[in-house]
Ligand binder design. Structure first.
Ligand code: AMP
Ligand code: GLY
Length: 436
């Protein structure tokens, strides 16, 4: 049984995190540190989970709703935190809630914020949220016609979940046409049954995360990630090669503007549609000359922004997520947020974001340090307990310090203590905030 808070909200003791990535490794670590939390399971977790003090891997796939429900009931889990978008879009949170469990993560209705770009654009329009102008299309002909009548290259976005690969920022009409053809030729499966054409915006990008109970919210420090594989932000898009927070691009007044102009209206419009959104809203923003505009919404924490942010949060996090899951953020203790600088550098396997080799042994000689974390992502427990690579983005090293120069020096220093064959990383993560 959970311990009651003074106002009757339970404080979670037994927590399950769903997912296998670096984000879930960081969530497990942060929740295990929280006051009152006694056990944390991560399903299925990764090669780093077993080595995390107090975290236990649970070999159940994130797509196995009945398996997860049964495991939660059996283990008397007080709070489930769902990490990735795919199970959220598939209705995992609904399934868990139907079994009486407290879940941090939106149901399938709310997850459409990320799972359908058309749906999200229509919601933004209804809410009056600043975003790029757009045209929705459900056929190749319709899309090509919209492009030709516009006469300028537009950003082409597959409607559904495409693992971060569904967006083409076209420099020419020809490139935009090719992207449309590719989507309707089935490159993204049913995620490409429809698409959105968008006006191209310009400006620096920043991510804002709101923890919400459907009505109230707590904002985390703004973060910036580095999506491109190459130094100088060049080359192919990736899941994210590193990040830092708080991003000075958005000061306290800027963050408040985003709350007023973006997050509160979206939440009110979701409620108007009967959607009780309990989880995190991730707003990907572009800071244009006309103010912040939404590039995309996601229904989950960013990866690797989550790894960057978790070490800045206080040990009330579990209670805050529980309060969100219970629709009672008003009853939660205030979330302590450190004002320090957090730097995250991702180590990828050779070849990423293309095909990579897996099965290489990962070794580390990191000494324990409260301001330095190693979060696994694409790794698994190999034979003889040796942890081996099992994906493109293998792990991340995160460090906190009083300024970004010191934080990045510590993160890069930590990375030197980590080894696997073909390890590669960008040396210029955080170039915007580091002294040259
Ligand atoms: P998304 O998958 O929606 O995050 O888009 C991937 C990247 O494409 C974003 O991080 C932006 O850099 C870029 N992008 C998306 N939409 C636009 C837009 N309307 N104008 C300019 N760049 C965009
Ligand atoms: N780091 C970008 C994302 O999680 O979508």
């Amino acid at each position: 049984m959970s311990a009651p808070l003074t106002d009757g909200l339970p404080s979670p003791r037994r927590v399950l995190v769903v997912g296998a990535g670096g984000r879930e490794n960081a969530l497990g670590w942060a929740l295990r540190r929280c006051r009152g939390v006694e056990r944390v399971w991560v399903a299925p977790g990764n090669g780093g989970t077993a080595g995390q003090e107090g975290c236990e891997p649970l070999p159940i796939a994130e797509s196995d709703g009945p398996g997860l429900v049964a495991a939660c009931l059996e283990r008397q889990v007080d709070l489930v935190v769902v990490g990735p978008e795919a199970p959220l879009a598939a209705g995992l949170a609904d399934e868990l809630r139907a079994a009486g469990l407290a879940v941090f993560g939106p149901g399938a209705g709310g997850a459409q914020l990320e799972a359908s770009k058309q749906w999200a654009k229509a919601l933004m329009q209804e809410a009056g949220v600043p975003t790029a102008g757009y045209w929705a299309a459900t056929s190749r002909e319709q899309a090509l016609q919209a492009l030709e009548s516009h006469g300028r290259p537009l950003v082409v976005k597959a409607d559904g979940l495409a693992a971060g690969k569904g967006v083409t920022v076209a420099d020419s009409l020809e490139e935009a046409r090719a992207a449309i053809e590719e989507i309707f030729a089935g490159r993204f499966g049913s995620a490409g049954d429809a698409l959105v054409l968008e006006e191209r915006l310009s400006g620096p990008e920043v991510s804002v995360f709101a923890l919400t109970d459907g009505e109230r919210m707590v904002l985390l420090p703004p973060a910036q990630d580095h999506k491109r594989i190459g130094e100088g932000d060049t080359g192919a898009n990736t899941g994210g090669m590193g990040a830092y927070a708080p991003a000075p691009l958005l000061d306290a007044a800027g963050l408040e503007l985003v709350r007023q102009q973006v997050l509160l209206p979206i939440l009110a419009t979701l409620r108007g549609r009967g959607i009780d959104y309990r989880g995190v809203i991730y707003a990907g923003l572009m800071l244009t000359d006309d103010g912040p505009k939404v590039i995309e919404f996601n229904c989950r924490f960013g990866d690797p922004e989550c790894q960057t942010l978790m070490p800045l949060l206080g040990d009330e996090l579990a209670e805050v997520l529980m309060a969100c899951a219970s629709g009672r953020l008003d009853a939660a203790p205030p979330l302590t947020i450190s004002g320090r600088c957090s730097a995250c550098v991702v180590a990828a396997a050779a070849g990423y974001p293309g095909p990579v080799r897996s099965g290489d042994a990962i070794t580390t000689s990191l000494t324990p340090d409260p301001d330095l974390q190693l979060f696994h992502a694409g790794s698994r427990a190999g034979a003889d307990g040796v942890c081996v690579t099992a994906g493109g983005r293998v792990l991340a090293v995160v460090a906190q310090a009083d300024d970004f120069d010191a934080a990045f020096a510590a993160a890069y220093g930590g990375l030197e203590q980590v080894h696997f064959e073909g390890l590669s990383f960008r040396r210029d993560i955080g170039h915007q905030v580091r002294r040259p």
